[in-house]
Design a binder for this molecule. Structure first.
Ligand SMILES: Cc1ncc(COP(=O)(O)O)c(C=O)c1O
Length: 374
């Protein structure tokens, strides 16, 4: 048997990591500004994380959700405190797409409505419901076709108002910052108006913070820059530092019946121990504030750079839209400077590094950038 060919991969295999450094089997060192796609929030192999996960694995690796699991309660309490969503309920699952599936299902169950409003450029995952609210027909199969989802342009308040006035929508789903679309920010004013429109029409507001959450933007959630609260918040990626996890933060007014949601692996002992350790490191090392500070440093270095059309982002969720002549820059950063970065299409380089990226790593990137674009 061989692997199903659905990933376009670099011809590099990292075999070891420490902080923001990776090594391949030949000993070549790489600077990781991609963070395994915003997953490596506290760096590779953080000693506190390694100790916590190893210890839990040696005690009890798994038991099903048919029994009590105190680690889930500890995680719920910590996540509530650090996020400011402490009045919420927590549902744990295994991935970002699954978190969005559950959030949309809950919204529909609670409101008794079937429709969902989503935004142009949105990416919410590849499973049935999640791909239906993703603005990319190219990753849908006929089975995923639905007339229950409407897309409107990000920021088009009049279009949202017109749709929601029908009072047929269970939810509006929006990313805190659009990631796959190339780091596109909804304005704070738009998020505030969206909140008000949802309140007026009995529609639930679902904030997908799968990529933008966990402190990455300099607040625990990106939407908190706008001072709004969501009815449902979805998380995954950075929450457990690479052990699969998904989470839905649920406003306590939203109820479900027994059995409506469920999962075999979700909230298992290893995933919970990993997520608790990640939150402990974020708190102990002040990484939310650090993301803010380091993000401001990147911005000061790169805004107005001659190779850029635009610098976008907040904190350490950064989109560098390059001018047409620089379309190969990401490949050159990797092949000539040994730096991993993310991308959105050919002309946006995405930086999603660990929140504890050393300043030296940030400087190394900017120097490499300037050398390749001069
Ligand atoms: C904003 C957003 N939502 C959902 C997902 C899907 O998460 P997963 O790949 O864990 O299913 C992603 C993944 O890139 C994402 O960026």
């Amino acid at each position: 048997m061989d692997l199903f060919n659905v990933y376009k991969r670099w011809n590099i295999e990292p075999v070891r990591g420490q902080g923001s450094t990776l090594w391949d089997a030949a000993g070549q060192e790489y600077l990781d500004l991609y963070g395994g796609h915003a997953v490596i929030s506290i760096g590779h192999c953080h000693p506190h994380y390694v100790a916590a996960v190893s210890e839990q694995l040696g005690k009890l690796g798994f038991y099903s959700n048919a029994v009590q699991n105190g680690l889930q309660d500890v995680l719920a309490e910590k996540l509530g405190k650090i996020s400011g969503y402490d009045a919420c309920h927590l549902f744990l699952c295994n991935s970002g797409a699954e978190a969005n599936e559950n959030a949309l299902k809950l919204a529909s169950f609670h409101t008794g409505r079937a429709r969902v409003l989503a935004f142009g450029g949105a990416f919410h995952g590849r499973t049935g419901g999640a791909v239906s609210v993703t603005d990319n027909p190219g990753i849908r199969a006929p089975f995923n076709a639905t007339d229950k989802v409407t897309f409107v342009p990000l920021g088009d308040l009049a279009a949202v108002e017109q749709e929601l006035s029908t009072e047929t929508y269970a939810a509006v789903i929006i990313e805190g910052i659009q990631g796959v679309a190339g780091i596109k920010l909804p304005s704070d004013a738009f998020l505030k108006d969206l909140r008000a429109l949802c309140d007026r029409t009995g529609t639930l507001l679902v904030l997908d913070e799968i990529q933008s959450g966990c402190g990455r933007t300099g607040r625990f959630f990106a939407h908190q820059h706008a001072g709004v609260e969501a009815d449902l918040v979805t998380m995954a990626k950075g929450l457990a530092g690479g052990i699969p996890i998904g989470a839905v933060l649920i406003n306590p007014a939203i109820q479900a019946s027994y059995g409506l949601l469920g999962t075999t692996f979700g909230g298992n002992h290893i995933a919970c121990a990993a997520a608790i350790a990640v939150l402990e490191v974020i708190e102990a090392e002040g990484l939310v504030a650090r993301a803010d500070k380091l993000g401001a440093w990147f911005e000061a270095q790169l805004v107005g750079d001659p190779a850029l059309v635009e610098y976008r982002g907040r904190g350490l969720m950064i989109g560098l839209e390059v001018k047409p002549g620089y379309a190969g820059l990401r490949d050159r950063l990797l092949s000539e400077k040994h730096i991993f970065t993310g991308a959105s299409g050919a002309n946006v380089i995405r930086l999603l590094p660990a929140l504890n990226l050393p300043e030296e790593g940030a400087r190394q990137f900017v120097e490499a950038w300037k050398a390749l674009t001069k």
